[in-house]
Design a protein around this ligand. Structure first.
Ligand SMILES: Nc1ncnc2c1ncn2[C@@H]1O[C@H](COP(=O)(O)OP(=O)(O)OP(=O)(O)O)[C@@H](O)[C@H]1O
Ligand SMILES: [Mg+2]
Length: 257
């Protein structure tokens, strides 16, 4: 199992609208990739394809070497349980505690009844494991706090702990730092990268902040209007390439310089 995701001539449409059209994309196991590109360029659509909640309308796609269309429901659940997704708005349950939200991360592994029992009456083993996870992401004091009472940065970390509790082979995060200040955003992205180095999972994060993407990711994939217009190292993303990706005018480039 050398690659996590492989796409060939993939097209995703919503009605007649082509949201994604990719000739070739391979993400190797353990790679760290940032998805960048303007609003509406297809970043969320690509992440939904990667985590198998959306299917392509044409072309071929494999995840961990398997074609999701050829899998039984049980096999598909097993593949999905290897992919943790942090959606843009985190997907936490506000009225549950941090520990209960983290337990939800293993829902797919454990089946509905056991999950409900675990959420209502977390066992000692889970509590210890989750305490360690929250400690690792720097918010161990929030274990029994309701998520609705936490700050934006703390919520992000609960969402990261929940994803890690799933022990994923791949972690996908959609704009995980859009709702916090720049210093907090940097800390969170750094944490993602430390964890992916430590645990070895494949990391794919969509980011609006190009500077942050360039600082922390060895590979950037730039989408525009559903197509890959850049795929390479951060040092190669500058000048005209960057301008082209965001279709900036010269005046805007001057302002950002
Ligand atoms: N469920 C849907 N139905 C119809 N069109 C959709 C749907 N989801 C996405 N689209 C369209 O597909 C295109 C790509 O959307 P997508 O959400 O992937 O962009 P994005 O790069 O994630 O944007 P943003 O940076 O704003 O989150 C957009 O034009 C969007 O309007
Ligand atoms: Mg999006």
């Amino acid at each position: 199992m050398s690659n996590s995701f492989q796409l060939t001539d993939v097209q995703c449409r919503f009605g007649d609208f082509v949201a994604l059209e990719l000739a070739e994309l391979t993400i190797e196991a353990g790679e760290n990739v940032a998805l960048i590109g303007p609003s509406g360029s297809g970043k969320t659509t690509l992440l939904r394809l990667l985590n198998t909640t959306l299917r392509q309308d044409a072309g071929s796609f494999t995840v961990f070497g398997k074609n999701p269309d050829g899998l039984s429901p049980k096999e598909l659940r097993a593949v999905r349980s290897m992919i943790a997704t942090i959606p843009q708005h985190l997907g936490l349950v506000p009225n549950l505690s941090a520990v209960q939200n983290v337990i939800l991360g293993r829902g797919g592994h454990r089946g509905v009844f056991r999950s409900i029992r675990d959420i209502l009456f977390p066992g000692m083993e889970d509590k210890v494991a989750i305490h360690e996870l929250l400690d690792r992401v720097g918010i161990e004091e929030t274990l029994f706090s309701r998520v609705s009472a936490l700050s934006g940065g703390q919520k992000q970390r609960v969402a990261i702990a929940r994803a890690l509790f799933q022990e994923p082979e791949a972690l996908l995060a959609d704009e995980p730092v859009s709702s916090v200040d720049p210093a907090r955003a940097r800390d969170t992205i750094r944490l993602f990268r430390e964890l992916s180095d430590e645990l070895g999972f494949t990391l794919c994060v969509s980011l609006h902040d190009v500077a942050l993407a360039k600082e922390y990711f060895p590979r950037l994939i730039g989408l525009r209007a559903g197509k890959i217009v850049f795929d390479g190292a951060p040092e190669d993303l500058e000048g005209d390439v960057l301008k082209d990706l965001y279709q900036l005018s010269d005046e805007e480039m001057m302002r950002d310089a």
